[in-house]
Design a protein around this ligand. Structure first.
Ligand code: FE
Length: 334
């Protein structure tokens, strides 16, 4: 073969291998990087990731408009996915595979965002000061018996906003507000810190009960920091609402952006993220629940047993987000 032609062919081949996909991620890089590396190894598609706070990324996408280099937005709460949809940032994606694997209530009706992993906001408690039999539901946490005994992080946290939005969706605004008033009245201290800090506060006796996402407790149980393991072992998890609608669920998820220049690769990545390999990784490493019921949970999650999950359509959490934020402000949830 002519040498020049050979070099030319090599160049063309390299170009066709230069496939890439660009992600804006509100999920910390460490919590997804090994998966992205695996995807890169399998497909040869390079993955570039920019991480930041969800609201900052949404602003950035709006400013960049059609010139954004991003193909995919990844978040850790459904409310932000819905906000992105409302801002017109996503495009509709028709993927048989995504529709088959992801249950209907964990993906957008208009096929604009898709849940990729599940987390539950659970009650944790100090078993030396709380009888398991005294715990029941989220609603019950407004009961006077919990006065000065509850720790929760602030109302600016989107996990709390989504929980309150679910309470509005399930019980109506009035009952949800009565509940939140009682709950805030039972706080042991003004909200501060993240979910891990609430777990530490219960372990330290600052409060007896807290609301946290399940994976924080699991992460502390398997932490490399001894103090976290010690604190987490003083705590037990309680599944709320098991006689009612089930425990409140949320998703981490993603959507393909309207101006995506690598749409095909972005869809390929989404489909990889719901594969058995990726879902098993979420369960084993991130201590989240798989959106695919056929995937087995990791050992810590397994030790908490099977539970009833609220099957509320998560789109409703976005619909009620503003009402939730206003409600929390009215009842003095700092
Ligand atoms: Fe989190």
């Amino acid at each position: 073969m002519n040498k020049l032609l050979f070099i030319g062919l090599l160049f063309v081949q390299q170009l066709s291998f230069a496939a890439e996909v660009n992600i804006y991620s509100a999920r910390k890089e460490a919590l997804i990087k090994p998966l992205l590396d695996h995807f890169n190894k399998e497909t040869g598609i390079a993955v570039n990731i920019v991480t930041g706070k969800a609201d900052t990324l949404l602003k950035r996408l709006e400013v960049e408009g059609r010139n954004t280099p991003a193909d995919l937005l990844l978040t850790v709460d459904v409310a932000r996915l819905i906000r992105a949809k409302e801002k017109g940032l996503f495009q509709q994606i028709d993927s048989e595979l995504l529709n088959k694997i992801i249950p209907e209530n964990y993906r957008d009706d208009d096929k604009q965002w898709f849940g990729l992993s599940l987390r539950s906001r659970v009650i944790i408690y100090a078993p030396d000061r709380v009888n398991e039999g005294d715990l029941d539901s989220y609603i019950d946490l407004a009961d006077k018996k919990w006065a000065n005994r509850i720790c929760v992080r602030s109302s600016s946290n989107v996990y709390n906003q989504s929980l309150v939005a679910a309470m509005i969706a399930n019980y109506g605004l009035e009952k949800a507000e009565r509940w939140a008033t009682g709950l805030v009245g039972n706080f042991a201290r003004p909200p501060k810190g993240g979910d891990r800090d609430q777990i530490k506060a219960v372990a330290a006796g600052v409060c007896d009960v807290a609301l946290v996402n399940n994976y924080y407790l699991a992460g502390m149980l398997e932490s490399s920091q001894k103090s976290e393991v010690v604190a987490a072992n003083k705590i037990k998890l309680f599944w709320p609402n098991q006689d009612g609608r089930g425990a409140h669920m949320n998703v981490s998820g993603a959507g393909v952006l309207k101006p995506a220049k690598h749409k095909k690769e972005a869809i390929q990545l989404l489909e990889f993220l719901v594969s058995d390999y990726a879902q098993q990784w979420y369960a084993d490493t991130n201590h989240e629940y798989s959106i695919n019921p056929e995937i087995e949970s990791g050992s810590v999650l397994k030790s908490w047993g099977k539970f009833k999950a609220d099957d509320l359509n998560l789109s409703l959490l976005g619909k009620h987000n503003t009402d939730a934020v206003l409600l929390m402000d009215r009842v003095g949830w700092k």
